[in-house]
Write a protein that binds this ligand. Sequence first.
Ligand SMILES: Nc1ncnc2c1ncn2[C@@H]1O[C@H](COP(=O)(O)OP(=O)(O)O)[C@@H](O)[C@H]1O
Ligand SMILES: [Mg+2]
Length: 790
Amino acid sequence: MSTISPLIPAQGASPGSLPAPLNPILGRDTEIDQVLHLLDRDDLRLVTLLGPGGVGKTRLALEVTRRAEPDFAHGACFVPLAPVRDHRLVPTTVARLLGVAENPLVPVAERLKDILRASHVLLVLDNLEHLADAVSPWLADLLLHCPRLKVLATSRRPLRLSGEQRFLVSPLPVLDPESGVMPSSPAVELFVQRAKAVRPDFELNEANARFVAAVCHRLDGLPLAIELAAARVNVLPVPEILDRLADQLSLLTPRRRDPVPGLQSMRFAITWSHNLLSAGEQELFRRLTVFVGGFTLDAAESVCAGREHGMTREGAVIDLLGSLVDQSLINRVAKPNGDSRFTMMESVNAYARQQLLAHGEAETFAARHAEWCLRLAERAEHRLVREVDTSWLDVLEAEHDNLRAALGWSLDPARSRAGVALRLAGSLWLFWYYHSHLSEGRRWLERAVHASNASNSADWAKALLGLGNLAHSQGDDGQALDCLTESVAISRALGDRWATAFALSVRGNLSEDGGDYDEARSFFAEANTLFDETGDQVNVAVTRYHLGVVAYGQGNLERALDQCLSALALARDQNDPWTVANALSYVGLIQIDRNHTLEAANALSEALALYGQIAATERIVDVFRRIAVLAHVRGEARAAVRLFAAASAIGERFGAVQALPERAAYDRALGLARRPLANGEYESAWESGQRLALADALAEAHACLGAGEWPPLARPGGPDSLQGERIAGLSERELAVLRQMADGMSNQQIADGLFLSQRTVAHHVSSVLSKLRVESRTAAVAYAIRNGIA
Ligand SMILES: Nc1ncnc2c1ncn2[C@@H]1O[C@H](COP(=O)(O)OP(=O)(O)O)[C@@H](O)[C@H]1O
Ligand SMILES: [Mg+2]
């Protein structure tokens, strides 16, 4: 058994990729070495970087992580936690960054433990202070169960866990400028670097060096404070910055020094920077704090601007925002698609938030934020349901923290905004479903339904529909049945034909997955008619596809094929890639049963390509199973078992549950594929299949699909499999090497097994590749499997 978890990519492809800072780290050599040393110690599992906001904890953690990452077999995962308000979402956030989706039936914290138990990972929990107490028990439990896991946390407060190693991060060292000579220091370099960002011709020279050093000294070497001051060089000469800073300090400093170095300087720097803002900038700055987890320009414009609320006009937001970015109060993050997203540093946010409260604007703008979230969610819902435009799922994922904030705000009993919460949750359920936020979505929907007194309304029916669907996908069919039945009844009573049709189709799924095909058929048939009447052809195709699935479940292959082909044609007309792929993938299964293996292979091959394009990995895994059924029917038992095993291991990560009709087909095929395999062969095929990475499994799946065109040379395990020696002119040694490659062995493992040197094995491998005329190891393995060599 492999000790490496199949769920976490091996070294190189690191999960939760590290944010790449734009500028090199300045100074901190000693600290980096010290923290690396702590992480290296066998007796330490949790290291917390402590210090006030803006002192450079996150920057230091990033650098340490970058350097330590190669020492961890499964890499490092960087988890920014500042936007996470609810401690229960910490495991979810970590899991998402590790590429592990919620499994419908197992709580995410348990899954995470399972996965990390066998993994050698550095988990970096950044900005943990606001969650410190609440997550401590979870973290302690995680560390207890995952012996090779190490955690690096950054926090303003200690986590108070036994075994926690605290590391105090001090501000950058500064020299008293009165002391004479001015050697360059990281603090001064930081000032110069950030000053150049706003004024490219800024140079450190004899005239200004003393003042720069004095500014850094005044600010106690606190990096964020230095950045804020340096951002002003485009309007103020450095001596003036120093003067104004001194004024500010004398104004605000009571004589006592803060026990935590840097804390006070941070407050000064922000206050100072804030006071230099124009009234419009100040206004926008404080209002932006209603966002959680960042925002887009569009969002800032629609939430923060408006004639009735002060001077910030919509058109002016772009300039004001640009100016806040120049002054380092807001960060701009460029997205791969060229768009920008904006964030506010935590310590800055805390100050700006106080300003918002002081101006009495908190409620007004939180309400506008919630309205914006609602508009976004409803627009996305419409696009998802009517146009199957799944790009909206990513938009909602990017705004998830904002949506959570709006839900939390509107559910506060003091506000009586339960109507907003109900609409918001009701329009988000599809997103929660498709992106596997099952437990969380269910929690919000339950809270929204309980808080609302709008029973019998359309919004209520929609929320119940979502709740029913999420409950079903988590296996709670009792709750699902109640919610869906009620939802259908309300929509019917309201006379809303489209909503009734939609509810009926979700209700039909419940019956279909439970194997109650007669009942399912009547729900889908009625839904199909209603969608047709309301002119929603996209959903006519969806329900027709389901009628095909149900017919398959009833054993009526001809009817099943008929419905699926007709759904396929309609879905192609409607440009709905999901239903096209779903229908194709069912056509594949049906054609296998009808012994039309070539048609099956064609349909499955197109389905595979389409799911690949829409990045539906859990569906790709399901196609693997169908291809495995095909391989089995074609007599390629070993290939079938390997693909089933790969699907099971990779599918684990997505927690996809299979509907009943196809599940029965899979179980049957796997059972039968086992029979012709000799003792131990099944187990070895299963184990090696489980180790396949997604890309390798894809190559094998393609190889199986192509097998129709090349009649297999030898049946695996059959009497002629030993005749394979002369295949492609491979020598006996090369064949042995190829078989071991197919078992997922590395060159080193093959060398050990065959008593050869690793160099000799490498030589054999390359000659195998050239004789088979393939470019990669994966392709060679696929060839071997296709030809029954492995
Ligand atoms: N050693 C350093 N070199 C360059 N920039 C730094 C350094 N330390 C901190 N900074 C910058 O200062 C700001 C605050 O640092 P950060 O690490 O976010 O602080 P914290 O996490 O302690 O609140 C960031 O913009 C960061 O990039
Ligand atoms: Mg930080």
